[in-house]
Design a protein around this ligand. Sequence first.
Ligand code: NAI
Length: 344
Amino acid sequence: MKIAFFDTKPYDKNSFDKYSESTGIEFKYYETKLNEDTVYLAHGFDGVCVFVNDTVNSSVIDKLSEMGVKVIALRCAGFNNVDMKYAFGKIHVVRVPAYSPYAVAEHTMALLLTSIRRIHKAYNRSKEFNFSLNGLTGIDLYGKTVGIIGTGKIGKVFVNICRGFGMKILAYDKFPDRSIEDGEIIKYVSIDEIFADSDIISLHCPLNDETYHLIDENAIEKCKKGVIILNTSRGALVDAEALLEGIKSRKIGAACLDVYEEESDLFFEDNSGHIMEDDTLARLISMPNVIVTSHQAFLTEEALENIASTTVNNIVDMLSKGQCANELCYRGGNTEDCKSGKCF
Ligand code: NAI
């Protein structure tokens, strides 16, 4: 089995290489991302392995299927970068449905605590032996209301973390799981109640046509003054221009972003020697109350190990047995998501 591996980073190679011998999979690692210009690199391979910022549109799918590539193995959970409707019937798409919801939920809390306790500022100050506390006043999380949009695997872990801090939790999900409700501590409400009553809003739903720009000018207008926005899900859930305006007008108190609408050409790479062309991102990063990490929330040792072992199993299942429990499909598939109609 030969797999063309796109957008490779050193940590990917470390975690995948050890499976080559036991499974017989031969990985060819490419640093470049998969797109219309690089798809020819998959010639002669049985499958491609891709990540969040590879482009798997109709033209890439056509070329892959013409070349006889049988499987697209996503080494991530989200699949908004794949034209699933177009892939249907042409090529199999498999993914890693969960690798560590704890990694993402814990990173979300790390960002929130960094922001509200000004850890990023204090760290820089003490490096210069500046031990002044001026400007470092934070807020307690205890007693605050957090609105959690999307209560799937990651959202539920974040619910529990917030509960541990003594916060009141308002949840919204297209498919609510009422079993997590707990009186006044955790309850499902409408999305407008999330906007109106939350001190902090955290996004844990997938990006799709319904959730694109979920946080836009209109939504921000409905929020409490000083609301803190957390996005560790997908960049385009938030209209970055509207977020910037909300920060400038002081309506938004702080933003913590692990993902950004236009991240695909920037995140995961060292751009420190380049002129930043994206004015919105540059302006957001320049704000004292905005913290940006570059799609790092998943990056724990445990998650990398789960990603590698599940992806390898998915490839072996698909190529040798012709079916895989983690196959994604546009309709009528065999995954839990498909059965519950959640995959689109
Ligand atoms: P999940 O599928 O377990 O949960 C997603 C939840 O969102 C489900 O409960 C679903 O019913 C809900 N949902 C779907 N459409 C919705 C809508 N229109 N409004 C409100 N809720 C809706 O997914 P999981 O594993 O919890 O991941 C959540 C998101 O986190 C992923 O879609 C992905 O974009 C992101 N993610 C980010 C990572 C990072 O490193 N920053 C790593 C892994 C995932």
